[in-house]
Design a protein around this ligand. Structure first.
Ligand code: PLP
Length: 294
């Protein structure tokens, strides 16, 4: 069956789904986006993603194009029309199409709203097979990485560098030698003293929805973790490193820059966090009706 996209009020075959050449997303990367994992036709952590979408829109001075309830209805319809039960739902909202000028156009055009759905591999069962390699790469992004903007060129270049070196993720290092995040993921370490840590949230990183979901699950399980900045040297000395994101779930990193992390095997705490998150996904998939946030 051919894929169906949603574009500005219409459901269209992907091949006919288009936006204007004057769209500000294309011209200026003037827009934001979200990615939500779909499991058993249910959107996982949808409420966290919609809350972040609202924050991203507010941060770039855009009004929400519609209510969250209306967005969820359209998402449910997109899922139905694509007849897909496991996948990734992408939503892009830009400031719309208007003659090119940097400042916000006056009058404001209608925002562009695009949604697509694509097949994703099944949720991983074998964590050893899911383990990945990473490289480190300079963080060359702007000063508001907390906004989930469609301006992803530095992330694209970092990810390509990872691919060219046979790795799956690029872990970004700032000018002070501190780890910020992955090109498309949050980085967690189990430091040399055995403490689970991820970086403090500020303008230098995207507040990951998977990070937020994992943090709540850890609290519920009584598993201690800390939020603090950590350096490249600390990450290199870490016992375990893993990533979280809507597309990689909880993904062990067993090699960084071709050097093994710890003993080069999936660590105990990583395994535990993966299992807890896998249960959460299974529960959400069973409990949340498509089109309705929990
Ligand atoms: C730069 C960056 N950091 C972190 C994340 C993880 O966010 P989430 O858990 O919401 O997928 C992503 C996801 O795409 C990302 O692009």
């Amino acid at each position: 069956m051919s894929r169906v996209a949603y574009v500005n009020g219409r459901f269209l075959p992907l091949s006919a789904a288009m936006v204007s050449v004057e769209d500000r997303g294309f011209q200026f990367a003037d827009g934001v986006y979200e990615v939500i994992y779909l499991k058993d036709s249910r959107l996982i952590d949808a409420e966290l993603h919609l809350a972040r979408l609202s924050r991203s829109l507010a941060a770039i001075g855009m009004a929400p194009p519609m209510s969250q309830a209306a967005l969820l209805c359209l998402m449910a319809e997109l899922i139905r029309r694509n007849r897909l039960s496991d996948g990734l739902l992408y939503l892009q909202i830009t400031r719309g199409a208007a003659p090119r000028e940097h400042a916000f156009p006056r009058p404001l055009p209608k925002p562009t709203v695009v949604m697509t759905l694509r097949r994703a591999p099944a949720f991983p069962k074998d964590l050893n097979a899911w383990a990945a390699a990473a490289i480190t790469y300079p963080d060359q992004r702007w000063a508001r990485c907390d906004i989930k903007t469609v301006g992803l060129l530095p992330n694209v270049l970092a990810k390509q560098a990872a691919r060219e070196r046979g790795a799956q993720e690029a872990i970004l290092i700032d000018a002070n030698g501190m780890v910020t995040e992955g090109a498309s993921s949050t980085v967690w370490i189990v430091d040399a003293a055995g403490r689970l840590c991820t970086r403090t949230l500020d303008h230098a990183v995207l507040p990951g929805c998977t990070r937020e979901a994992v943090a709540a699950l850890l609290a519920r399980q009584g598993i201690a973790w800390t939020e603090r900045p950590f350096s490249l040297a600390e990450m290199q000395a870490a016992r375990e490193v893993f990533l979280t994101s809507a597309t990689s779930f909880v993904r062990p990193i067993t090699a960084i820059d071709e050097n093994p992390v710890g003993n080069g095997q999936v660590g105990e705490l990583t395994r535990k966090v993966f299992d807890i998150f896998a249960r959460h996904v299974a529960e959400e998939a069973a409990a949340t009706p498509a089109g309705k946030a929990a």
